[in-house]
Design a protein around this ligand. Sequence first.
Ligand SMILES: [Zn+2]
Length: 71
Amino acid sequence: MSPSTQMSIHDVSVSRLAIIMLAIVFVTGLFLVGFDQGQTFSLVYGQDAYIDAYLHELTHDVRHVAGFPCH
Ligand SMILES: [Zn+2]
């Protein structure tokens, strides 16, 4: 009988809070890069945020690379 090798599998657990926080960061980033047309800044900047679209311009190249429709 040959000697057997023993492997140990560690139970790696990730807290639910970490998963929820990561999901919130992901969804927020997805919205800011892919869909924001001034909505975020309009909270403090008013209706002019839709005209200036600073966040849209800032993430413009990322939007194209990620394949989101833009213009
Ligand atoms: Zn574009």
